[in-house]
Design a protein around this ligand. Sequence first.
Ligand SMILES: [Zn+2]
Length: 86
Amino acid sequence: MVGLIGIAVIVLIVIFSIFYGYGLFLKRENIGNLSGSRAKCTICGKTFEKEEMVERAIGIEKLYYFCGECINALHIDYLNKKTNKG
Ligand SMILES: [Zn+2]
């Protein structure tokens, strides 16, 4: 019986350490996600939440982010060009 209790205690310690390690791992992942949820705008260089930005992949690895202000400015530039032409 003592042997069984000893094994049970060891198993509990192992399970506890696995959960503790998993908890630390999750915490680290959350911190990583937090820092990864913000990105710099390619044009103005200001940092915004990625959710508020437009993401464009150029090539295979390069990802560019554009903020609303810059997209607006680009749109206005585009419209100006169009009206100048026509
Ligand atoms: Zn911008």
